[in-house]
Ligand binder design. Structure first.
Ligand code: ADP
Ligand code: ZN
Ligand code: ZN
Length: 732
C-alpha cells in the first residue's frame, strides 16, 4: 500500500486524531510536523500514522497544506514516552506534543539551527591582484581573508569591515554571499576531565560502582545529607558516560539557585553544556533543544520541562532534589517530571539517579519495595558538624511580627558574632488579611472565597488566587471606620519589623514579589554571599539549593501552619524544609543552630523529626499514610470542576461519580470521595468543586479513567463547566 492519508494530532482540546490527504510529491513522516487546514485556520500538528484507510469518505478529507519536517522530531523512546504521558495524565495527544516542543517549532520554524549569511570569493576575485588594491586596503583585506576560506558576515563585521565594502566587492563580482548553517562540531574527540578530582570515600565509591555495574536501565535513589557528596557522585557517574560519547540530562528544581552546581560540571569536563529553563527566550530555547538532538551539547541541565529535550545519544538521567514539588506541573499536562524521568530512562534503557537529602515518601516506598536501588551517603564531607536544633514553645509569648523575644535574642547573638541569620516564612505580602477594628469586617476578594493580602510597599490589596488588586482602602467597607488593622504576618511585615529591631544590620527579602525582575534572584544571592546582607528572610524559595556558609542561625518562624494543614503532604514538606536548612546551617568552624517556633512542641511528627531524624520521621509518616489509605499506598486522581453556577459544578461531579460507580471495577477497592467544595471554593468568580478517586494501583486507575473519560465527555454539563483531571495530584 502507498499510504495516502496522514493521521495528525493537533493542538486542540479533543481526544482524537484528524485525517488529511497527502498530495502527490508530499512525504510526511511519523513524528514530523505538517501544516493543515482546520476550520478557518491553519494548524501545525504531528503525524501519528500514515494509512490508506479513513473512517471518513476520501472526498470529505482536506489535504495536508505543507510538510514541515522530513525527519521525526523525536526518536522512538521519547515519542513513545510522550504518547504514554498523554494517556496516563489524560491530556490530549496533540496538546501533549505541542507542550513538549519549543515555541518556535510550534509556530512552524525549521527544526534546524538558523543559517548564517556567509561570504565567499569568486573566480574573478581570486584572479584579482591584491597589489592593485593598495589604495583600498580594506577591500584587499577582505579578498585576502576569503582566499583562505569562507567567512560569516558577522565575523567580517567584527574585523571592522563595513557592509558598504562588502557590497562594493560583490557589485564588482569579486565576492558573493550565501546562506549556510553553522557547521556541527563534535565535542567527543576533545573530551577531557579538566580538574583534579577528590578521592571518593567508601560510600561514594560504592554508589558509583553500583550504578556502573549495570549500564542498562536501573533506578537509583541516592539519599545523602547536604554536603555528603552527592554532586561528586553525579560527576563520577557522568565521566564514563561522556567518555563514551553519550550525553547526560540533569534535572534541577530551579536553575537560578544552582549556579554553583552548574559551574562544577563546567569545571570538571570540557564538554558543551546547555541550560534549559523557563527564563530562556524562544530562540535560545530552540537552540538548546537542537543542541540536545544533534549532540552538540554533552550535558543539559534544566528544570522540569527539560525532560522533553530530545537527545541523539542519552546515557544517563539525574534528578537532583527529587522530592521537590516543582517537578509536578500544575496545569495543562499535569505530569510529574521525576516519574517521567524514570519512565524515560526505562525506555532509553539507561540508569536514572534520584538524589536528595530528604527523599519523597513515594521514592522511599519504592526503594523499600525493591523497585529502586537505595544508595546512601551518611557522612558530611570535610568535618562539618550537624547543626544544633530545637523547638521554641511560643505559647503565651508576645510575638513581634511573628518573632518571639527568645528568638530575637538568639538572632542578636549570631549577628554580633558576625554571622548571618535566615528566617523562613511561607507567606508573602505584609499581612494575609486586613480587619476593621471597630466592626470586625474583613477585606475580601469579591471574586474568590479568600481575603485580600495587604502589600504595604505598593499600597495595594492583592488577591493571591486571582489577578485582582486594588488600592488599600482608607475606610472600612462596612462601617466607614478608619481603624483598619493588618492581621497576621507576611514576609514584607517581617522585613519592616527587622529594620526596626536591628537597624544596624541589613535585611534582604527573597520571595516571588522581590525577585520578579529577571536576574534579580541571582544578584541577591551573590550579594548575600558577599555579606552585603546579614538578615535573610524568605519563603520556601530561599531554601532550595542555597549555600551560604556564613548563615549560622536558621528559624522556621511558623511551623504550626504546616502541622495543621488540610494537605496531607504538608508535614512531609515541613520535614524536608527543616532537614534542608539544618543541613546547610553553619560549617566546620562555625556550628549552626536551627530554631522552630511552634505552639505545639509536643506534636508527634515534630518530636520524631527532632529527636530521631528524617528516617524515623518517614517511618512514622509512611505508617500514617498506610493507615489512611493515602499515597504511596494508593493512587489518587482529582477531578476539578469550576463554573459560574455552583449547582452546575456539583451536579456535573455527581454525574462523574455516577459513571465511576457504574464501572465494573468499582467500588470496594476504589472509593470515590465527593463531590466536595475545593479548598478555595470560589476563585475568580467561579465556584470550584472536586471529586477524588482512589485506586489500589496505577493499572486500575488507568483502566477506570480510560473507560470513564469518553462517558464524561458526553455529559451535557461537560460543556458548561470547566473541568480537569489531575492524575496523582500533589496539592489537594
Ligand atoms: P552534596 O551534593 O551532597 O551537597 P557535594 O558533592 O557538593 O555534596 O559535596 C560537598 C563538598 O564536599 C563539596 O565541596 C565537594 O567538593 C566536597 N567533596 C565531595 N566528595 C568529596 C570527597 N570524596 N573528597 C573530598 N571532598 C569531597
Ligand atoms: Zn481573588
Ligand atoms: Zn468596620
Amino acid at each position: 500500500m502507498t499510504p495516502n492519508i496522514a493521521r495528525v494530532a493537533l493542538p486542540v482540546p479533543l481526544d482524537k486524531l484528524f485525517d488529511y490527504l497527502i498530495k502527490p510529491g508530499q512525504s510526511p513522516v511519523i513524528g514530523g510536523r505538517v501544516k493543515v487546514p482546520f476550520g478557518p485556520k491553519q494548524l501545525i500538528g504531528i503525524v501519528i500514522s500514515l494509512t490508506d484507510k479513513s473512517d471518513f469518505p476520501l472526498g470529505q478529507l482536506k489535504a495536508v497544506n505543507t510538510v514541515l519536517d522530513s525527519e521525526p522530531l523525536w526518536h522512538p523512546p521519547l515519542f513513545g514516552l510522550l504518547s504514554w504521558a498523554s494517556s496516563y495524565y489524560q491530556y490530549p495527544l496533540g496538546d501533549t506534543l505541542a507542550n513538549a516542543m519549543p515555541t518556535l517549532l510550534r509556530k512552524g520554524r525549521e527544526a534546524a539551527p538558523s543559517s548564517l549569511k556567509m561570504w565567499q570569493i569568486t573566480e574573478a576575485g581570486r584572479d584579482q591582484p591584491l597589489a592593485a588594491l593598495n589604495r583600498a586596503p580594506r577591500q584587499a583585506q577582505v579578498l585576502n581573508t576569503l582566499r583562505h576560506g569562507k567567512s560569516s558576515h558577522e565575523s567580517l563585521l567584527a574585523e571592522e569591515v563595513s557592509s558598504a565594502i562588502l557590497k562594493t566587492l560583490s557589485d564588482k563580482g569579486w565576492i558573493e554571499s550565501l546562506e549556510e548553517r553553522p557547521g556541527s562540531r563534535e565535542w567527543q574527540p576533545d573530551f577531557a576531565v579538566t580538574e583534579e578530582k577528590p578521592k571518593l570515600n567508601d560510600e561514594q565509591a560504592l554508589a558509583v560502582a553500583t550504578v556502573n555495574a549495570n549500564p542498562a536501565f536501573g533506578c537509583y535513589l541516592l539519599e545523602g545529607v547536604t554536603g555528603s557528596g552527592k554532586t561528586e557522585v553525579y560527576l563520577n557517574l557522568l565521566e564514563p558516560v561522556l567518555a563514551a560519547g553519550k550525553q547526560a540530562l540533569i534535572l534541577v528544581p530551579e536553575i537560578g539557585l544552582t549556579p554553583q552546581t552548574i559551574n562544577r560540571f563546567r569545571r570538571r569536563f570540557n564538554v558543551p553544556l546547555e541550560t534549559v529553563h523557563s527564563g530562556l527566550n524562544d530562540t535560545k530555547r530552540l537552540s538548546s533543544w537542537l543542541a540536545g538532538r544533534d549532540n552538540q551539547a554533552g550535558i543539559i541541565i534544566g528544570t522540569r520541562s527539560a525532560l522533553f529535550t530530545p537527545f541523539e545519544n542519552l546515557g544517563i538521567i539525574i534528578v537532583d532534589e527529587e522530592h521537590d514539588a516543582s517537578y509536578k506541573q500544575q496545569d495543562s499536562l499535569r505530569y510529574h517530571a521525576r516519574d517521567l524521568a524514570v519512565m524515560r530512562a526505562n525506555r532509553e534503557n539507561i540508569p536514572v539517579i534520584l538524589g536528595s537529602a530528604t527523599p519523597a515518601l513515594e521514592s522511599l516506598h519504592n526503594a523499600k519495595t525493591g523497585k529502586y536501588h537505595h544508595l546512601t551517603l551518611t557522612r558530611r564531607a570535610g568535618n562539618a558538624q550537624q547543626a544544633r536544633h530545637g523547638v521554641l514553645d511560643v505559647k503565651g509569648l508576645y510575638l513581634e511580627a511573628g518573632l518571639s523575644a527568645p528568638l530575637i535574642a538568639r538572632m542578636r547573638k549570631h549577628l554580633e558574632a558576625g554571622n548571618q541569620v535566615m528566617l523562613f516564612l511561607n507567606r508573602r505580602g505584609f499581612s494575609p488579611a486586613v480587619i476593621c477594628h471597630e466592626c470586625g469586617w474583613l477585606a475580601e476578594c469579591k471574586r474568590c472565597d479568600a481575603y485580600y493580602t495587604f502589600h504595604q510597599q505598593s499600597g495595594e490589596l492583592r488577591c493571591h488566587h486571582c489577578a485582582t488588586q486594588r488600592p488599600m482602602m482608607p475606610q472600612c467597607g462596612n462601617c466607614g471606620s478608619t481603624q483598619l488593622n493588618a492581621v497576621g504576618v507576611g514576609t514584607e511585615q517581617l522585613e519592616q519589623q527587622l529594620a526596626t529591631l536591628f537597624p544596624e544590620y541589613k535585611t534582604v527579602r527573597i520571595d516571588r514579589d522581590s525577585t520578579r525582575r529577571k536576574g534579580s534572584l541571582e544578584s541577591y544571592l551573590e550579594a548575600i554571599k558577599n555579606n552585603e546582607y546579614q538578615i535573610l528572610i524568605g519563603t520556601q524559595m530561599l531554601a532550595k539549593g542555597h549555600h551560604f556558609p556564613d548563615v549560622t542561625l536558621v528559624s522556621l518562624i511558623d511551623v504550626d501552619s504546616a502541622l495543621f494543614s488540610n494537605d496531607f503532604r504538608a508535614s512531609e514538606r515541613l520535614a524536608q524544609l527543616f532537614i534542608q536548612v539544618a543541613g546547610r546551617a553553619g560549617r566546620a568552624s562555625k556550628p549552626g543552630e536551627v530554631i522552630l517556633q511552634t505552639h505545639h512542641p509536643e506534636h508527634a511528627l515534630l518530636q520524631a523529626l527532632l529527636h530521631k531524624g528524617y528516617d524515623q520521621f518517614t517511618v512514622s509518616a509512611l505508617d500514617e499514610r498506610r493507615q489512611a489509605f493515602l499515597p504511596p499506598y494508593t493512587y489518587l486522581t482529582l477531578f476539578r470542576a469550576e463554573a459560574n453556577e455552583s449547582e452546575h459544578v456539583e451536579q456535573f461531579l455527581q454525574q462523574v461519580r455516577g459513571i465511576f460507580e457504574s464501572s465494573p471495577l468499582c467500588c470496594q477497592e476504589t472509593p470515590v470521595m465527593g463531590p466536595n467544595p475545593a479548598p478555595l471554593s470560589r476563585r475568580a468568580g467561579r465556584y470550584r468543586w472536586q471529586l477524588l478517586l482512589q485506586t489500589p494501583d496505577r493499572k486500575t486507575l488507568q483502566q477506570m479513567l480510560t473507560i470513564a473519560k469518553p462517558a464524561i465527555q458526553l455529559l451535557p454539563l461537560a460543556r458548561k463547566v470547566r473541568w480537569s483531571i489531575d492524575v496523582e495530584p500533589q496539592d489537594l
